[in-house]
Ligand binder design. Sequence first.
Ligand SMILES: Cc1cc2nc3c(=O)[nH]c(=O)nc-3n(C[C@H](O)[C@H](O)[C@H](O)COP(=O)(O)OP(=O)(O)OC[C@H]3O[C@@H](n4cnc5c(N)ncnc54)[C@H](O)[C@@H]3O)c2cc1C
Length: 408
Amino acid sequence: MFELDETHQAFESAVRAWCERELAPAVPALERGEALPYPLLRKLGRELGIAEALAATAERRLARLRSGGQARPGSEEPGREGEAGGLGGDPLLTSVLFKELCRVSPGFGMVLMATLGCGMTILARGSAALVERFALPVLRFEKIGAWALTEPEAGSDAFGGMRTTAVREGDGLRLQGRKTFISNAPYADVLAVFARVEREDGEPVARPVVVERGTQGLETGPPLRKMGMHDSPTGDVFLDGCHVPLDHVVGSLESSARARGAAVLETLNLERSVMPSMCLGILERCVEESVRYARDRRQFGRAIGEFQGVAFPLARMALALENARNLVLKLAWAQKHGRLDARLASAAKLYCAEEATRAALAAVQIHGGSGYMADLPLEKLARDAKMFEIGGGTNEIQLQTIARSLLA
Ligand SMILES: Cc1cc2nc3c(=O)[nH]c(=O)nc-3n(C[C@H](O)[C@H](O)[C@H](O)COP(=O)(O)OP(=O)(O)OC[C@H]3O[C@@H](n4cnc5c(N)ncnc54)[C@H](O)[C@@H]3O)c2cc1C
C-alpha cells in the first residue's frame, strides 16, 4: 500500500479544491485575528460531507451502546469507532483530510484536530447519554470542542503532575484546577477536561470530564499570543468549584491500577497518529513550492536549482517527504487493523515533526527574501511547523516513549 487508491485520490482532490477556494483566501484574516475559524470549519464539515460521516460513526456507536453491545461505558475497552479515527471508519481518509488542510494552514488543521479530539474522546468511552448530548453535536460541528490535558505545572509530565481535581460533592463532582495552552479553549462549547477524579473508595483516577461552557465555575482566558498558528485560538481554562454531574466522567472509574491513565495515552496516541499527516501536508507543499522556485528563479545567469547549495537541500526534503508519506500510510493501516501502538505513533510523530520543521525552514531559505515575506505560504508554514515539535508531546518525550518501548 504505497499510494492512494481511487477513492482516496478523489477525496484528496475534493479537499484540495475546497482549500484553494475557501481556506487559502480566508487565512490572512484568520491569521490577523479579524475572523474566527469556526464558521469555516462548519462549512468544511457541510460541504465535504465530513460532519455527516462523523455523525454516522457516532450514531453507530450510539446504537451499539444502546443495544448493550461491546465497549459499554463500564468496560475498559474503547469503542472501535474512536480507535479507527473517524471518517467512515477509514483512518486514511482522516490522514488525507489533515494533510490537505495543512498544506494551506496547519493552524486551521489544529482547530479541527482539537474539536475532533474532544468528540472522539467522548465517543470512544462515553456513555450513550454523553455521546448523544456532547459527542454528536461536536462531531456534527454544531458545537466546538476542546481537549484539555496540559496544566501550567504539568506539561510533559501531564499525567503524573496533574493537579486538577474532581472531588465528590453531593450527587456530582466539584472541579478545581487550571489548564493551559488548550486549542479552541477561548471559544469551545464543550471541553473534555482531564482531572484526578475521586472514586468511591477515595482513590483518584485520571479521567476526562465533560464540562459545558456556561457551567458555573468554568472560565476561559482570551487567545494567547504565539509564534505561529495564529489562526488557531489557544487559551487557558480555569475551574473554580465547577460542579458537574457524576455521569459527565468519560469511562469507568472502577478500572484496574494498570488501566489508569490508559484513556490519556489512547487519546495521545490518536493525536500523535494524526499529527504526522499534518506534517506531511507541510512537507508536500514545501517540496512543491521549492522545486518550482528552484526551476524558475535565475541568478548568475542560470536557474538556482543548478547550484548544489539549492539542489541538495531539495533532495533531502524529497527524501523526508517519501519517508513521511510511508509512515503516514503505515499509521493509517495500523489504526485500521487495531495495530497502532505508542512506539509507532511516537516514531512517526517525531520524524514527521522534525522533518516538516526542517523542510519549512529550508523552503524559506531556497526562496530567499521572498520566502521570508508573509505573501507566500512558506513563512506561515515555517512558524506553524515548529508547533509539531512541542504539541502532543515534545520531541524529547517521543524519544523517551520509543526508548522505553524498546527497553521494556
Ligand atoms: C499551539 C499549542 C497548542 C496546544 N494545544 C493543546 C491542547 O489542545 N490540549 C492540551 O492538553 N495541550 C495542548 N498543548 C500543550 C502541549 O501539549 C504542551 O506544551 C507539551 O506537551 C509540552 O509541555 P510544556 O509546554 O509544559 O513543556 P515542559 O513539559 O515544561 O517541557 C519543557 C522542555 O523540557 C523537556 N523535557 C521535559 N521532560 C523531559 C524529560 N523527561 N526528558 C527530556 N526532556 C524533557 C521538554 O521536551 C521541553 O523541551 C498545546 C501547545 C501548543 C504550543
